[in-house]
Design a protein around this ligand. Structure first.
Ligand code: NAD
Length: 387
């Protein structure tokens, strides 16, 4: 049956009882009624997987003890039963082996960030995705906010002039104390290099700020200099970093990320200044964006105004202006983009060439390189390194 006549079937790896982002992915996938969750390996603990599966009304036969068993069993099911794609929402270190298992089984992948723990793994995923032609969507969810899509069009169309300065911040305070030693599951693996990779705050949130800066400006970072710190004694990874950026087109930037910034919740902010204008956007107030034009009064753009927003922004807004949308809707928008690409693949239709509607395996490789180069620069005393 053509995929357009049915919902896509989704599997999930990670997202068991007590997990954070798995539930967000399930809500996002459900929002636009294009996707049905039918299988999962929600934890390394089979009892947790069974319980999670039961609470999600899944067939117990499709709740698997390991992601390897899940990939093999799903690939053996008839085409009208097996999952079309899997969402990988485990701690970072499991992203790579899980992605390989499902790509090898011919199953499309949606994966959370950072894509892998090493550059070699990231490059290998690029090769596998290119070889198989399967869809690989990376959930840098902030790229899907309507006003971010609008900003992207403003800079990429040249309407703002040459980009000169980029300020990307991602500040939180939830690791200001050593909560990893008090049993916080999320803090535990994020501060463990074996599960998180070489970056702490750098990998967890710096990678989002980096991705957003390149996404909106269309400019690639070519060099960086990083100063990273571990403020909480005994912690093994950075919990704060300050980075200078040089972009290919001549722009300069600052990227700062921190998980010990007392008082901050989830303060991802992006400011971009070009020769003719600029923008300022904050994810905690995502329905509004400041627009600057040189010599003119500051304007505040709202989400959902078809008279002045670009079609790219209007295409991803669901409710009229004044009815707030946010984190979950943007997450769902990435799923809409990925679903359309997967449907095209299933139905043998041409794939979009440059799909900005979801970050790809190539963006994943950029992010992993950013983390590694930033760590390398910091370890060498802040020397400039190329990216
Ligand atoms: N895009 C975002 O905004 C965002 C936000 C938070 C987390 N994340 C990313 O999502 C991922 C998960 O983060 P989290 O905070 O939900 O972590 P978490 O610890 O809350 O949940 C991880 C889940 O994965 C399961 N798991 C671990 N290894 C597994 C395996 N081998 N097979 C099956 N299940 C396994 C755990 O049991 C748990 O249920 C991380 O990569 C993180 O960087 C992204």
């Amino acid at each position: 049956m053509e995929s357009w006549k049915r919902r896509l079937r989704m599997g999930m790896v990670g997202g068991g009882q007590g997990a954070f982002i798995g539930a967000v992915h399930r809500i996002a996938a459900a929002l636009d009624q294009q996707i049905e969750l039918v299988a999962g390996c929600f934890s390394r603990d089979p009892a947790n997987t069974k319980l999670t599966g039961a609470q999600l009304y899944l067939d117990p036969a499709r709740c698997y003890d390991s992601f390897q068993a899940m990939a093999e069993a799903e690939a053996r099911l008839p085409a009208d039963k097996r999952i079309d794609f899997v969402a990988i929402v485990t701690p970072n270190a499991a992203h790579y082996p899980a992605a390989v298992a499902f790509l090898d089984a011919g199953i499309h992948v949606v994966c959370d960030k950072p894509m892998t723990c090493s550059i070699e793994e990231a490059e290998d995923l690029v090769t596998r995705v290119e070889k198989t032609g399967l869809v690989f969507a990376l959930t840098h969810n902030y790229t899907a906010h309507p006003l971010i899509r609008h900003a992207r069009e403003l800079f990429r169309s040249g309407r703002m002039g040459t980009v000169r300065k980029v300020v990307a911040e991602y500040l939180q305070d939830w690791l200001a104390r050593p909560v990893e030693r008090d049993g916080s599951k999320q803090a535990g693996w994020r501060t463990d290099p074996a599960q998180s990779g070489v970056g702490g705050a750098l990998g967890d949130i710096g990678s989002h700020a980096f991705n957003l800066a390149e996404y909106v400006t269309g400019e690639r970072v070519v060099e960086l200099s990083c100063d990273k710190t571990t403020f909480v004694q005994g912690r093994r990874l950075d919990d704060d970093a300050n980075i200078l950026l040089r972009f290919a087109g001549g722009a300069k930037g600052i990227l700062t990320c921190s998980q010990i910034a007392t008082g901050e919740e989830n303060a991802l902010k992006l400011r971009v200044y070009a020769a003719e204008g600029g923008i300022a956007w904050e994810q905690e107030n995502p329905n509004y964006m400041k627009l600057y034009r040189l010599g003119e009064p500051v304007r505040t753009l709202g989400r959902g105004h078809c008279d002045y927003l670009t079609p790219e922004a209007m295409a991803v807004t669901r409710t009229p202006a004044g009815h707030p949308e946010g984190y979950l809707e943007a997450f769902a928008t990435l799923y809409v983009g990925a679903v359309e690409a997967i449907r095209r693949h299933i139905d043998g239709k041409p794939m979009p060439t440059a799909d900005y509607r979801f970050p790809t395996v190539h963006d994943g490789l950029r992010g992993v390189k950013f983390i590694h180069r930033a760590v390398e620069s910091a370890q060498k005393g802040g020397v400039w390194v190329t990216l």
